[in-house]
Design a protein around this ligand. Structure first.
Ligand code: PEP
Length: 249
C-alpha cells in the first residue's frame, strides 16, 4: 500500500493578513511537487477562507479545531461545517494544546472527529505522551488509550490521519530517538489494524509532529511508518516549510 505523504503546517495562534504572502511560495512548491506529496496549511480560523482561496488547486487548507456541534449557542467556537464552507478539507482535533489549554478529553476529541466526518472533512487526530509519561516508560500505554478513546468507529484512510506528537517535543527543539519514533508509529499502525482491520490500518497516514525542521526532516520522514509531518513553528516561514516538504522520500 502506497500512502501519499502529507506535510501539514499548523500555524497555531499566529498569522495576520500580511503573512498570507508566505502562501505564494507554498502554492508554487506544491504545484511543482505534483501529486506525489500533499501539502496542507492550517492557519488560524480568521485566515482559513483566504488561505483556501490562495492555495486552491495546489495545496489543502485545514482548521486547527472544531466544535462537535454543527451550529448553535457556542460563543467563539467554529464548527466543522463552517470550515468546510470556506474551503477547508481537513481539521486537526485533539492537539495537545487543546487538550491542555481547554481540558479536552479523549471523548471530546472523538466527538470532534465525528463532527469533522459529518462535514466531510478529514480529521487529523493527535495523540502523544507527556514528558513525565515518556520518562516513566508509559508512551505506548498512553497512545493505546488515546487511540482507543479518541478514534470513532468508522475510521478509513480517507477520513482520518493520526498525528503522533510527543507533548515534550512540541516547540522545544527536542525530538525522540529514531527508535522511539519507529516504535510509536509501528504501535499505532498495529493498534489501528487490531481495531479497524489491516486494509484500513495500511491506508491511514501516520504523521510525526514535534520540532520537525529542515535539518531533521529527511531523517524523520524516511522512517518506517512515518507518512509525513505535522509542523508547527517551522511552518510559519514558507522557505522552511517547503524545505521540509522537499525532504519527503
Ligand atoms: C505542533 O504544534 O503540532 C508542532 C509539532 O509544533 P512544533 O513543530 O513547533 O514542535
Amino acid at each position: 500500500m502506497t500512502r501519499r505523504p502529507l506535510v501539514a503546517g499548523n500555524w497555531k495562534m499566529n498569522g495576520l493578513l500580511r503573512q498570507l504572502t508566505e502562501l505564494e511560495a507554498i502554492g508554487a512548491a506544491a504545484a511543482e511537487a505534483g501529486p506525489g506529496i500533499e501539502m496542507l496549511i492550517c492557519p488560524p480560523a480568521t485566515l482559513v477562507s483566504a488561505t483556501s482561496g490562495l492555495l486552491f488547486g495546489k495545496a489543502a487548507t485545514g482548521g486547527q479545531d472544531c466544535h462537535a456541534e454543527a451550529s448553535g449557542a457556542h460563543t467563539g467556537d467554529i464548527s466543522a461545517e463552517m470550515l468546510a464552507d470556506v474551503g477547508a478539507t481537513y481539521v486537526i482535533v485533539g492537539h495537545s494544546e487543546r487538550r491542555s489549554d481547554h481540558a479536552e478529553s479523549d471523548e471530546t476529541v472523538q466527538a470532534k472527529a465525528k463532527a469533522a466526518w459529518r462535514a466531510r472533512l478529514a480529521a487529523i487526530v493527535c495523540v502523544g505522551e507527556t514528558r513525565a509519561e515518556h520518562e516513566a516508560g508509559e508512551t505506548l500505554d498512553v497512545l493505546g488509550r488515546q487511540l482507543r478513546q479518541s478514534l470513532p468507529e468508522g475510521v478509513t484512510g480517507a477520513n482520518t490521519v493520526v498525528a503522533y506528537e510527543p507533548v515534550w517535543a512540541i516547540g522545544t527543539g527536542l525530538t525522540p530517538t529514531g527508535e522511539d519514533i519507529v516504535e510509536a508509529h509501528d504501535f499505532i499502525r498495529k493498534t489501528l489494524a487490531e481495531r479497524f482491520g489491516t486494509d484500513v490500518a495500511e491506508a491511514v497516514r501516520i504523521l510525526y509532529g514535534g520540532s520537525v525542521k529542515p535539518g531533521n526532516a529527511g531523517e524523520i520522514l524516511g522512517m518506517r511508518n512515518v507518512d509525513g509531518a505535522l509542523v508547527g513553528g517551522a511552518s510559519l516561514k514558507a522557505q522552511d516549510f517547503v524545505a521540509i516538504c522537499r525532504a519527503c522520500p
